[in-house]
Design a protein around this ligand. Structure first.
Ligand SMILES: Nc1nc2c(ncn2[C@@H]2O[C@H](COP(=O)(O)OP(=O)(O)O)[C@@H](O)[C@H]2O)c(=O)[nH]1
Ligand SMILES: [Mg+2]
Ligand SMILES: [Zn+2]
Length: 309
């Protein structure tokens, strides 16, 4: 039978079969891994085949992995040459951000956007906690919204407390598979609980066995939305694998730079100190947002430190 992986801890899995049932699963002993640089063979979102007959009473056996349309990964903390695949077969990614309590920096937002560009996943920025914004925060939100919409990103405003923007959020999520990220305190759990409502049976409740006592909250997990579609929650995951991007490619992942970089005098221009740089000119003319450019420089620096060239 075919199934989708809803949860993965690295040693055991929760699948949803084509029959709509949830199954605890393990990998076949000799599971062939295509990607030798990956620390995990199976990730949330994967389409797999499984067999029911098994000597283990409590689990089905995953026998095959179907090709992924895309995936997101991050560098393994234990081994920088290895990757951990966080999720696969994703339609879009939503970053939950806030203007206040806590403040999400544009640096963090831009790193998220660059990562989505690199993985070819469309990105949406959702500013939460609208109920606590006063004039100052509202103005800053409008400024951010204008800046990001101008370069092609969808920006939403929501409040879990007073339900503001909840219809927009549902519209964006409906019938799609969405990876949700955001740093802690922005209301990720609150928002997810609100969207899922009571109707949702959390997949984690299916498995009351070997997973016990594991720190399952650090693993990504997929949930069915009551109005169609799925979300993938990524608890404890701050950032994706930005260090994988070679320095000379970084500007490609800033859409407003990508549009202009052919006009730089040097075709290997890094847009830092080079003469006749179309990007720097656009920044000084206010065509490219200065903060975005500064964040580009900061990310570029961090790649240098990571020694990926
Ligand atoms: N004022 C306000 N507080 C919120 C909102 N959403 C979440 N919170 C609060 O923010 C804190 C962090 O929320 P939580 O969902 O745990 O954030 P997470 O760390 O991103 O999962 C909690 O005290 C929530 O009650 C909101 O829309 N408005
Ligand atoms: Mg949380
Ligand atoms: Zn340039």
């Amino acid at each position: 039978m075919k199934a989708t992986v809803y949860k993965s801890t690295g040693s055991w899995y929760v699948l949803k079969g084509e029959d709509g049932q949830f199954y605890n699963a393990r990998l076949k002993g000799k599971f062939k891994m295509d990607e030798i640089t990956s620390t995990n063979p199976i990730a949330v979102g994967d389409h797999v085949a499984f067999e029911l007959e098994t000597d283990q009473q409590d689990a089905v056996i995953i026998t095959d992995l179907f090709p992924r349309s895309n995936y997101v990964n991050r560098i393994s903390p234990a081994n920088r040459r290895m990757h951990h695949i966080i999720a696969s077969n994703i339609d879009q990614s939503v970053l939950i951000a806030t203007i206040k309590d806590p403040k999400t920096s544009t640096g963090f937002i831009d790193r998220f956007l660059v990562t989505c560009e690199a993985f070819h996943i469309s990105a949406i920025i959702l500013f939460n906690k609208a109920d606590i914004y006063k004039d100052k925060e509202r103005n800053l939100f409008e400024e951010r919204k204008d800046a990001y919409e101008k370069i092609g990103y969808k920006v939403l405003l929501s409040s879990v407390n007073d339900d503001r923007g909840m219809d927009d959020v549902k519209n964006v999520l409906q019938d799609r598979i969405t990876l949700i990220s955001g740093h802690s305190g922005v209301g990720k759990s609150s928002l997810i609980n609100k969207i899922l409502g009571d109707s949702n049976i959390k997949t984690s409740e299916v498995s009351n066995w070997s997973g016990k006592g594991m720190h399952t909250t650090t693993f990504a997990e997929m949930y069915d939305l009551p109005f169609g579609g799925q979300i993938i929650d990524t608890p404890g995951m701050r950032e994706l694998a930005i260090a994988d991007i070679p320095r000379h490619e970084l500007a490609h992942y800033f859409p407003e730079m990508r549009a202009l970089m052919n006009e730089c005098q040097y075709n290997n221009c890094m847009h830092i100190n080079e003469p006749s740089c179309a990007i720097k000119e656009a920044v000084s003319e206010g065509i490219i947002n200065e903060e975005r450019y500064i964040n580009y420089c900061t990310i570029l620096d961090s790649i240098k430190e990571n020694d990926w060239e």
